[in-house]
Ligand binder design. Structure first.
Ligand code: ASP
Length: 596
């Protein structure tokens, strides 16, 4: 090794020792006589002092160094003189007096400052990702990610799980997104797909008798990268045999509880509540308007449909008469919101499809609202009672069909939490959402879609609904793990009987021929003694981002892509040579978008 110690490891106890260090020049200060180099490596930063009286040569080399030069330094650790101790630096009590400085490699001026934590244009960061990753914040994030994955591996190993790799070149799996495909050279006109998840493979590993499988699995989904998505991302993919839902929930809850506690000294993040609260899907939608509620704050939705069904305000009565809902959310302390502030909230709910927002400001001795004159004193009183609004609060009301009300009030709830700083960034509010519907109606295609995926089992008592042609009411043995308003994992107990899987495919409008062509291997496997099984797949990227306090998953991925799925560093995707195309039997006929 070119070094005996990490820069960040040296302490007062090392004083007097001769050490060799190697790293990057974080900063250089030339004080005429003395040159100070802050030398940085993965372990941290230490001050090196080059005194010409100790080594004229080392001083001479140091005078040529610039930021990010790669150096080897030999010298003696010494305590800093009184008054020059730097309490902000773990190595701040000492410095290294250089006997020898060797430039291992010079560096051009970097397009990103490594030594200043400032906002850098994302395109520049991604183009020079290797420099971006040198920054202490990114080093911390990537190392935290390593710790998370290492903890998960050790924990699951101790619980008897086997880590098994599954192939990246597979047959298309239906997880609801578009596949990335890879053309086959040896089979002209045929394609592999990259796995959207190892779903079918892990189920087949259960048929194979491994009983407890996991993998830190890369998944690929060719989706429009709205929000915080990446074309490839990582899941803790997991499957167990001979279990029911409760076993999977207990395992994951134990794992994440232990993980968070282990990392708390580093992340400063703690669990809001254990055991994790459980909500049914219907309850989550009713109370929060979403199946991934942020439980760090209350702001629950309150149904007031019955209270206003007969009032004098047509928007309310008509909505209720048409099978809609009138629901309210109390914005604490917002009674004095200005017209402009209320307008902002109104346009927020309108963006979600709601017609408008009705507000009632609860003031000392009076209720101020455009609708008070349409409602009786009793109706208003009942509304205040039911919502629990107090003087100083603003009641926000949306009237519409249930999905619109849910979307609008969910958006409003999150906006108010941000405005009012209600979500403690150091709290981790996990919860389980259970009892999802099995299917959802696809209006465009006029058929049922699986809410989770087609391998998810219906609740035992609900299989008859599929048989009797009323599948919309069936509930699934599916569960989501939610953390601070993000779905961090979903899973289910699977179908393990051939006839149920066939019924499921039929219900989804897949013909027996199509089922055979696409999923013949699954149907066949289920005939050779498939055990009951189930699993889950928590997303690693989001989990680490939340633990790292980062708003975006890109910050915890070493080499992420842009919102348009580009790798700015290597310039992927890129054209391939005519020869490669010919070998793959591909003839390009690009439309207007591409240029052939
Ligand atoms: N494969 C599923 C997914 O990626 C997770 C699971 O059901 O285990 O969402």
């Amino acid at each position: 090794m070119l070094k005996t110690h990490g820069c960040g490891e040296l302490r007062a106890g090392h004083a007097g020792q001769v050490v060799a260090l190697a790293g990057w020049v974080h900063r250089r200060r030339d004080h005429g006589g003395l040159i100070f180099l802050d030398l940085r490596d993965r372990s941290g930063i230490v001050q090196v002092v080059c005194n010409p009286a100790i080594s004229a040569e080392a001083h001479q080399v140091a005078s040529q160094c610039r930021n990010e030069y790669v150096l080897q330094v030999r010298g003696t650790v010494q305590c800093r003189p009184q008054g020059l101790v730097n309490p902000d630096l773990p190595t701040g009590e000492i410095e290294v007096a250089a006997d020898e400085v060797t430039i291992l490699n010079p560096a051009k001026t970097t397009p990103i400052y490594i030594n200043v934590e400032d906002e850098v244009d994302e395109a520049v960061r991604l183009r020079y990702r290797y420099l971006d990753l040198r920054r202490p914040r990114m080093q911390r994030n990537i190392i935290l990610r390593h710790r998370v994955v290492k903890f998960i591996r050790d924990y699951l190993d101790a619980q008897g799980f086997i880590e098994i790799e599954t192939p990246i070149l597979i047959k298309s799996t239906p997880e609801g997104a578009r596949d990335y495909v890879v053309p086959s050279r040896v089979h002209p006109g045929k394609f592999y797909a990259l796995p959207q998840s190892p779903q079918q493979l892990k189920q087949l590993l259960m048929v194979a008798g491994f009983e407890k499988y996991f993998q830190i699995a890369r998944c690929f989904r060719d989706e429009d990268l709205r929000a915080d998505r990446q074309p490839e991302f990582t899941q803790l993919d997991l499957e167990m045999s001979f279990v029911d839902q409760e076993d999977v929930l207990q395992l994951i809850e134990g794992l994440f509880t232990a993980l968070v506690r282990e990392l708390e000294p580093e992340t400063g993040k703690r669990l809001q509540q254990t055991p994790f609260p459980r909500l049914s899907y219907d309850e989550a939608m009713a109370r929060y308007g979403t199946d991934k509620p942020d439980l760090r704050y209350g702001l629950e939705l309150v149904d007031i449909s019955d209270l206003v069904a007969g009032c004098g305000f047509r928007v309310f009565t008509q909505t209720v008469a048409e099978g809609g809902q009138v629901k309210a959310l109390v914005a604490p302390g917002c009674a004095a919101y200005s017209r402009r502030q209320v307008d902002e909230l109104t346009s927020l709910v309108q963006k979600q499809g709601a017609g408008g927002l009705v507000t009632v400001a609860v003031q000392e001795g009076e209720l101020k609202s455009p609708v008070t004159r349409f409602l009786s004193g009793g109706e208003l009183e009942a509304m205040v009672q039911r919502t629990g609004a107090r003087v100083g609060d603003l009641i926000c009301i949306v009237a519409d069909q249930p999905p619109v009300v849910a979307r609008a009030l969910d958006a409003l709830r999150r906006e108010l939490a941000t405005r009012l700083s209600l979500a403690d960034p150091n709290l981790l509010a996990f919860c389980w959402v259970l009892d999802f519907p099995l299917l959802e109606w696809n209006e465009e295609e006029g058929r049922w879609n699986a809410v989770h995926h087609p391998f998810t089992s219906a609740k035992d008592e609900d299989w008859v609904l599929l048989e009797s042609g009323d599948p919309g009411r069936a509930k699934a043995k599916a569960y989501d793990l939610v953390l601070n308003g993000w779905e961090v994992g979903g899973g289910s107990i699977r179908i393990h009987r051939r006839e149920q899987q066939a019924l499921m495919f039929r219900t989804l409008g897949i013909t027996p021929q199509e089922a055979q062509a696409q999923f013949g291997h699954m149907l066949e496997a289920f005939e050779y003694g498939a055990p009951p099984h189930g699993g889950i797949a928590p997303g690693i990227d989001r989990l680490v981002a939340i633990l790292a306090g980062e708003p975006n998953i890109k910050e915890v991925m070493a080499f992420p892509k842009t919102q348009t799925a580009m790798d700015l560093m290597t310039q992927a995707p890129s054209e391939i040579s005519p020869r490669q195309l010919a070998e793959l039997h591909i003839c390009l006929t690009l439309n207007k978008v591409g240029q052939a």
